[in-house]
Design a protein. Sequence first.
Length: 296
Amino acid sequence: MTKALHLANAFAPAATPIVLHGESGGGKTFFAECIHYLSQRPGGFHAFSVGTVAPQLVLDELFGHVKGAYTDAHSVRAGRIAMAGGGTLLLDDLQTADLGAQKQMLQMLDRGTYSPVGSDRVLTVACRIIFAMTEDPDVLMKQGVLLKDLRCRFGVCAIRIPPLRERRVEIPLLAKQALERCPAVTQVEGPSRISAAALTLLRDAEFEGNVRELGAVVEYAYLIARAAGADEIGAEHVPPGLCPVLRYQRRGDRETNRLVIERVLSLTGGNVAAAARRLGMSRSMLNVILRRMRRG
């Protein structure tokens, strides 16, 4: 992330198009917003997911159209580029656009101009374009999904957003930020804190949906804790199907270790031998720890 932030800071002031690539839910939109903020451009930040419309409508969404451009074009419609003004336009899921639409985007980048669908009028692109995709652009180019000339137009201004599993140190902070948003998102008041044990489980969990999934998990735990009348989110409120990579730390927090062992035993159906293997210790050692736990 340090490298990604360094590149973002270097690229932000320029009008040069940028590519953000990384797994879904990893924070590409948030990163694009940060670049916009650093750029100090006069307009606002706008985002459009190319994958949300049919391929034949991508250019209409971007460039807009004039009245009579096609059968249902009963009036003039401004495109996303015009609506972005002098701000920043994020085009997400670029890899879903067909090669014909990508060729039109290439011409737009090369000339800095475009024409609404059905019009000969040439308009100037005032906004800064940021592209986002789920895989490395070089990989997509080799697969024939990304137009080679468009990839070359990006140059080396590409930033990889690492998945959450490579940024585990950020999970406690991201979880607390997600918790701060919960009252507004859920429209109900609930706990305002997350326990150390819960944060440990979240930090060691596997989030295939990355930051987006982490936010959803915190929201779930927030509602469960609220229903239980708790004033903080505890490990018992974290979804049982989260499948964390549970670790027992010999010099770790006693309560956290107890919760880890209980969770592993639950996942293994009470099988001590299987739990010991998952925890990376011998069965005899786990039995010793269990006896200590029973004695309190």
